[in-house]
Design a protein around this ligand. Structure first.
Ligand code: NDP
Length: 246
């Protein structure tokens, strides 16, 4: 069993999840990097290992509940412990409410909300056994204040805050904390196709007047998942350059 804390990071093949994985590995965690694409995960593991860290890649389609449970169980049986769970993977299927299909709704709810419930349920027992746990669910400011064209996404992300607060209440006495981090606009594949006009409008809404970076989110995750953050739980932390301030 590794001495170091074991951290699962979903959606680690690119963007925010990749930055979180790199940061947690740099901070001495054994990182289990999860996504569907094997190649980028293997590249990430090689990068972490070359820098002196330790990591494992696991491919998993998080939209498949059985696969999520099996992935968590395999981590615990192979590594003997699970200390940190960062549910970061997410998708968008944007459409106005009048046009949104059932499939667009279901895809986003399954990947962005149901998979998180399933992963937290599977992680709870091993974390209780270890008398320690740090759960971080990556939500969005869309879930805090809504966003036209994102009824499915905003509902899923808003759902994460209620799920997380409930987990915090249920498991707080077992040494397990659960928090939500809500990024604003971060420079990743998810936002790279937004028209320049939209980006400029977004920047104007932010106190700091710039888009965030994946590393900005990773720095917050690093603190919230640290041993010293045991008194921080049930919170929703908006890392959004002062866009929402709610
Ligand atoms: P990206 O689109 O860049 O990356 C998404 C990640 O999720 C990829 O690693 C992808 O891996 C993984 N993923 C998607 N679907 C699945 C699935 N079914 N099974 C397993 N893995 C999956 O997104 P970002 O890095 O921008 O976003 C990360 C998180 O932050 C998301 O939850 C997003 O909603 C949230 N967020 C992002 C914001 C932004 O401005 N970028 C703002 C607010 C919130 P693969 O395709 O290999 O499976």
């Amino acid at each position: 069993m590794p001495e170091q804390r074991v951290a699962i990071v979903t959606g680690a093949s690119r963007g925010i999840g990749r930055a979180i994985a790199l940061r947690l590995a740099k901070d001495g965690r054994h990182v289990v990097a999860v996504a569907r694409s094997e190649g980028p995960l293997n590249e990430l593991v090689a990068e972490i290992t070359a820098a002196g860290g330790s990591a494992t890649a696991k491919t998993c389609d998080l939209a498949d509940s059985g696969a999520v449970t099996a992935m968590i169980e395999s981590v615990v049986s192979e590594l003997g412990r699970l200390d940190i769970l960062v549910n970061n993977a997410g998708i968008t299927r944007d459409n106005l409410i009048l046009r949104m299909s059932d499939d667009e709704w279901d895809d986003v709810i399954n990947t962005n909300l149901k998979s998180v419930f399933v992963a937290c349920r599977a992680a709870a027992r091993p974390m209780m056994r270890g008398k320690f746990g740090r759960i971080v669910n990556i939500a969005s400011t869309s879930g805090l204040v809504g966003n036209a064209g994102q009824a499915n996404y905003a509902a899923a992300k808003s759902g994460l805050t209620g799920l997380t607060k409930t987990i915090a209440r249920e498991l707080g006495g077992k040494g397990i904390t659960a928090n939500t981090i809500a990024p604003g606009f971060i420079q990743t594949d998810m936002t790279k196709d937004l028209p320049e006009q939209v980006i400029e409008g977004v920047k104007a809404m932010m106190a700091v007047r710039t888009l965030g970076t994946p590393e900005d989110i990773a720095a917050c995750v690093a603190y919230v998942t640290s041993d010293e953050a045991g008194y921080l739980t049930g919170q929703t932390i908006a890392v959004d350059g002062g866009m929402t301030m709610c």
